[in-house]
Design a protein around this ligand. Structure first.
Ligand code: BEZ
Length: 394
């Protein structure tokens, strides 16, 4: 089929083969034919494990439903966006205008997501974001057809501030990659941390996706804060945890949003012991949906699910709710969007519903990494929303 590294096609149900780059002929099936779901995610680079976890859970959801959603077979058309914003416009256009996907899922990286949403907002194709937290997407850029099942960067950062203060830390240094996710995460953290009396001594940034952390660590060491707040994820997070333990481990407590340890908890080994994070999922959450999800995912993939898998799973749950409301007829976009906007359901993370700008309203939990497991330490924020600054929807 001439698939290259950036092109993946997986087929569900009775769907036929599709490949990007082949002359496109829109199949003449009616609304009873296969649903074509576009997936724009990173399958290479530092965020590849995130894209893979999301994909696994999305596919597992469809499999669990017998390969059909709202009675229709499902075809996935997947592209690797490499977490590279300059490629986002071309790849999104391929899926939306070339493949004419019925629904688009994407992506992980905020910069890629911003470019993707500019296109889908204009086109009107229902769009579900299973990770990227760019604040603007559910603030000023909000749209009737754009939904997020993850978090906004500011919301996830904001949730960490009170927990750091409660632990008794008053002076903090932050460090992150210099792009929307890192900067918005730090800004969210600072909003709650400084409001509660905390002081940020310095914000350190390095370019995305650099993993040369020695200068960052040297600067932290010389500033001698009470604690450190960082936003890194994927391969970069794992490298930072290891480098941090070697340079400063046991001396200055390391904190972050859950992306710091999600998906890398086992690989971090002893270097991760004691790292504290706040996030919207913990594998040990004691609710029936989580227990069933953990077992299903573990049985299917022989690894426990992480927050990215939960976000992928919930993206499909959300679409399923929308599809059922329109009897699987994706041409009824307004009704589909309206049903998803008022969706409220039991996620493995706990109760999940959406703000008027389609950002999750959800609990945030304190976790401590020890022995390769993020251990639940309590609820930090119950049903935390994000401000909808500038959103003109509801
Ligand atoms: C982002 O770019 O929005 C992002 C990437 C990884 C984890 C969390 C957020």
């Amino acid at each position: 089929m001439g698939l290259n590294r950036r092109t993946f096609v997986s087929l569900g149900g009775t769907a036929g083969a599709l490949a990007i780059g082949m002359p496109f002929v829109r199949p003449s099936y009616a609304q009873s034919g296969p649903l074509k779901l576009g997936v724009l995610l990173p399958y290479s680079g530092t965020y590849a494990p995130l894209g893979e976890a999301i994909t696994r859970a999305m596919e597992l959801y469809v499999k669990q439903q017998g390969g059909k959603l709202a009675g229709r077979d499902v075809t996935f058309v997947k592209l690797d966006d490499e977490s590279a914003p300059p490629k986002a416009t071309e790849l999104t256009t391929k899926l939306v205008q070339g493949e004419k996907v019925d629904v688009l899922f994407g992506t992980v990286h905020s910069g890629v997501a911003m470019a993707m949403v500019k296109i889908t907002k204009e086109d009107g194709v229902p769009t579900i974001i299973p990770n990227a937290g760019a604040d603007q997407i559910t603030r000023g850029m909000c749209a009737e057809n754009v939904f997020r099942t993850s978090f906004s960067n500011g919301q996830a950062g904001f949730a960490v501030g009170p927990a750091v203060l409660k632990a008794g830390h008053k002076k903090v240094v932050t460090a992150t990659w210099k792009y929307a996710a890192g900067e918005e995460s730090v800004a969210g953290f600072k909003r709650s941390f400084t409001k509660g009396g905390g002081e940020v001594l310095k914000d350190i940034t390095i370019p995305f996706p650099d993993v040369e952390f020695q200068s960052v660590l040297a600067e932290i060491s010389s500033l001698k804060p009470d604690a450190v707040y960082v936003f890194w994820a994927g391969g970069g997070a794992l490298k930072f945890i290891k480098d941090y333990a070697a340079a400063l481990g046991g001396k200055i407590p390391l904190w972050g949003p859950s992306f710091l340890t999600d998906g890398v908890e086992q690989a971090a080994g002893a270097a991760g012991d004691g790292v504290k994070t706040v996030g919207h999922y913990v594998e040990s959450l004691d609710n029936p949906e989580n227990k069933a999800f953990v077992k299903l995912f573990q049985d299917a993939h022989k690894i426990p699910p992480d927050v990215y898998a939960v976000q992928g799973w919930d993206s499909m749950q959300l679409l399923d709710i929308g599809l059922k409301a329109v009897g699987g007829d994706v041409s009824k976009r307004a009704q589909l969007n309206a049903a998803m906007a008022k969706a409220s359901f039991a996620s493995p993370r706990g109760p999940l519903r959406f703000s008027s700008s389609h950002n999750p309203i959800q609990n945030f939990y304190l976790r401590e990494l020890r022995g390769g497991v993020n251990n639940f330490q309590g609820i930090v924020e119950k049903e935390l929303s994000d401000d909808t600054t500038g959103c003109k929807l509801a």
